[in-house]
Design a protein around this ligand. Structure first.
Ligand code: BG6
Length: 455
């Protein structure tokens, strides 16, 4: 099997992709893979691999013995993304995966160059094309990119990366939801009052100023990662967890989202952390949002009337990611004033789940929370990238968004992107809960879980 990486000298390759391949090789899960790297840097093969190796040595947990073995099967060549530049690939035989670890503006060109070399043709083995995020910058550009890829590649050859779909915690949400029959009648509007999907980070730009300042939090996190979590939480149960069924269910729910009205007033909030404009590489008048929050309504039988609140931001009070189902309260006359119960799926940094139910206090008649807590004892065996690489090698598309899903997700956020062409994000203090305006999208009686407090 050949793994062709275009963008071999880039950050994604050395930080995520190669460590994942090394880890899988060390565990005997991928064998006989030959890595053919192409990149813009005018380095010899030896220099490219030496540099990569020096970087891998700075990472924790990279098995250097496994890397040494893989290194012997890894090659590098400087190339531009034209049939001429990639001529060395002409006539490639057997199974091959083509990984576009490239800036998004180059996806279409690379896909075309590969196909002009006859590399999409599956006569001698499977041919799969992996496209990194971001997939488009709005609905129109995502459509154009889909069309450009489809000129040369079939939809079932295209693997669109969304690493949240490779996370153990995301799989566990599905496994818990569909592995416990008693949850099915509860998982709907008569027992759930709202759903909160949060991914908060304390980190800032991490040297990605150029990309991030054009993207902003809505494109970077909500349109893809959080929208996928939303779809998995809100969709109808698929009859099987096959790629076709899952994708069909996700598209159905994404299309059932009530269109956000023009101006997005009361449906979206944005913020920018104080000091962002002074970060290296950021223009002093940047209007990019480093925090975005959205409210979605779903017009279907299961979740009609249940708002889904999505939020994500940088430099917030703490690193925490979760999907929280806020359970409806009992009638007020019944048990006195009770707090709200939650079913929370933790995504990051801890994984697991909490179910908070109410029971009697040991001392008095009052109700107190009894939390059923599950935290796995060990870390998941595979990182998200490893999971997804294995899926690509096995030809399993179930953890990759389809063309229709990506477009439906963009259709949801497009009105917000449009509204945010005007005005400015609200400034928030680093280390805080984010902009105060995020409160204004909540319906009466609803609240975000506190990031800084004891959730
Ligand atoms: C990436 C975003 O897709 O996901 C980053 O571009 C973000 O801005 C990251 O930090 C969060 O994912 P994880 O798995 O690294 O916590």
């Amino acid at each position: 099997m050949k793994l062709v990486i275009l963008g071999f000298t880039g950050d994604l390759t050395r930080r995520l992709l190669v460590p994942a391949i090394v880890h899988l090789s060390a565990h005997g899960e991928i064998r006989e893979v030959e890595v053919l790297g192409f990149g813009a840097e005018p380095w010899s093969e030896e220099e490219a691999l030496d540099r990569l190796e020096a970087f891998l040595k700075t990472l924790p947990d990279v098995d250097l013995a496994a890397w040494a073995v893989l290194r012997r099967r890894t090659h590098y060549q400087q190339a531009d993304l034209t049939p001429k530049g990639l001529e060395a690939l002409r006539g490639l035989e057997g199974d091959a995966v083509f990984y576009l670890a490239l800036p998004p503006t180059l996806f279409a060109q690379a896909a075309q160059a590969l196909s002009e070399l006859g590399l999409a043709d599956e006569r001698t083995g499977f041919r799969r094309l992996v496209v990194e995020k971001p997939f488009g910058t709005d609905l129109a550009s995502a459509r154009a990119l889909n069309q450009a890829l489809h000129r040369h590649w079939r939809e079932d050859q295209i693997y669109r990366m969304d690493h949240f779909l490779g996370k153990w915690a995301t799989e566990n949400l599905l496994a818990t939801r569909f592995g416990n029959r008693f949850l099915e009648p509860i998982w709907r509007n008569c027992h759930i009052e709202w759903v909160e999907i949060t991914y908060a980070e304390t980190l800032g730009l991490e040297g990605r100023a150029r990309y991030y300042d054009h993207a902003g939090a809505l494109r970077d996190m909500l349109q893809n990662h959080l929208m996928q979590l939303f779809a998995l939480t809100a969709m109808e149960p698929p009859a099987q967890l096959s790629a076709d069924s899952l994708r069909a269910r996700k598209v159905e729910i994404l299309r059932a989202v009530r269109p956000i009205p023009e101006g997005a007033q009361g449906f979206a909030a944005r913020g920018q952390y104080q000091g962002y404009r002074q970060e290296e590489g950021i223009p002093p008048d940047s209007r990019a949002e480093t925090y975005a929050a959205l409210k979605l309504h779903v017009d279907d039988w299961r979740f009609q009337g249940v708002p889904f609140y999505l939020r994500s931001g940088k430099r917030l009070a703490r690193d925490v990611g979760y999907v929280a189902l806020a359970l409806r309260e009992v009638p007020p006359g019944c048990m006195g004033a009770v707090q709200r119960g939650y079913l929370i799926f933790w995504l990051s940094p801890q994984v697991g789940l909490d179910l908070t139910l109410y029971g009697r206090s040991l001392e008095s008649e009052t109700l107190v929370p009894h939390t059923l807590r599950y935290r796995p004892e060990k870390a998941p065996v595979h990182s998200a990238y490893e999971e997804l690489l294995l899926d690509i090698l096995h030809g399993d598309l179930s953890h990759f968004p389809s063309e229709e899903e990506v477009e439906a997700a963009w259709a949801i956020v497009d009105p917000v992107l449009k509204a945010w062409q005007e005005g400015e994000p609200e400034v928030y203090a680093p280390g805080s809960e984010g902009p105060a305006s995020a409160q204004t999208i909540l319906e009466p009686g609803h609240s975000w879980l506190p990031l800084g407090g004891d959730i």
